[in-house]
Design a protein. Sequence first.
Length: 284
Amino acid sequence: MITSLKPFAFVLMPFDDGFNDIYKLGIKQTAEEKGVIAERVDEQHFSETILERVYRQIENCDFVIAEMSGQNPNVFYEVGYAHAKNKLCTLITRDAADIPFDLKHHPHVVYDGTISDLKSKLGPKLDWLIAETRKQKDQSIVVSAKSGSGNLEKEEYRHVGSFTLTLDLKNMTDRRSPEIDAIYIRASKEWSLSCQSNPCSSNLDESDSAIKISLVSPSLKRLASSAFFQEKIEFKRTFWTKWSGEEPQEEYKAQGSLVVDVVTSEGTLNYNLPLEVIFEEFPF
């Protein structure tokens, strides 16, 4: 990382004068107010090619902030590389249409084009990114989540949505991880979860009857240093029925936080993962 005292945010955005104030006053200034170092590649001195530098900075940064306005192809490519490296990313744009369907479930900010609106919306996202960065440094096992596109099955009497959540678990230490006994996922009770086509056992949360706790048996018990593995969990729920008294929709959105508890032999690790999935019927 650039510094051990402050988190480093690498900023991806078009090299266009029209974005200068957005960067300097909206992103960089807001980051400084939160105690974050934010830089673009054109502010740095380096001897390698600019693409090599971008790769290196994405790998070394604590998290990425990407300005998606205008659907710049270079920014899209760099964001794809950041996601492939499992980096924390927040996407910002003036137009929701600039974020394509398969990226809408990633944390993002849609602002009205003004500096004041961007600052007010980016600030809370930075608070979350800072907290997640600290958590990752403090915990031996880091958990991140990626969700596929939401699929919507429309029948005459009901609309049912489903998607696959991929949990990435990585050992961030130089030693073997503690033994992983179980993974618990807390989600709204409307969701039914399954893993490897087998339904997950579940109970209602005693402290909140609207929440269901589902058990996922980990496919791997221990992780070697720097090793990782994935658990794929299928989520499914009914959004509409003919008897619900509501009008059917063309699409549905599921948005909120997913609470994941990883129970290990050395204690329970808690994660709060933001999630947003759009459910649409595929035309084929």
